[in-house]
Write a protein that binds this ligand. Sequence first.
Ligand code: SF4
Length: 204
Amino acid sequence: MIFDPQHRKSNRSARIGMALFRMSQAIKKVTQAESNALGFSPVQIQALLFTYYTRSDVATIGNFANSIGTTHVTAVKIVNGLVRQGLITKTQKPEDRRVTLLCLTEEGKETVSKLKHWGHSLEEALHPISDEALANFELGLGAIISAMEKRGHLVVSEPCLGCIHFCPNTGDADAPHYCKLIQKYLSHESSLQACPEHTSSFEI
Ligand code: SF4
């Protein structure tokens, strides 16, 4: 077990597992401090950023719940708090009325513009580390994230570039890119938004 120091001595996976656990504790602490300073909870900030960066037709409560690894009920409570503050609106998806789409109000967009530096403590903590060490770390971390995603522990939302379903520049000027998964043409702007269905074409 990863908390047993003797076990860690002879087991690299346990050492890395413990390191990740410690990192998650530190990340929780710094994001909480940054969020407090802005007057929101970390999950409220994540809801605002999710709504801003996710393609509008997939910015649903369900996808938000998956993105932060929580239940639908908890995600609804988080979103409702932001609806009451006038930052987010909820609408039913026209094609499926059981699905709730999230959208930022003008005030919500203004709030997001003030969140630009949220997470900066994490980025700053990495500044003293050499670029070479970070490049190796990025590769290893990518492999860990991919393994956790395959086990269903997390969802990685990314823009279209690098997705196996992406067929760029096959449409017209208004919607130049095609997605084989949803079988729709997308505007260039939509293809730059995060998509929870992104499936990386890079094998790690
Ligand atoms: S599944 Fe892939 S190609 Fe399709 S919209 Fe999502 S990211 Fe883009």
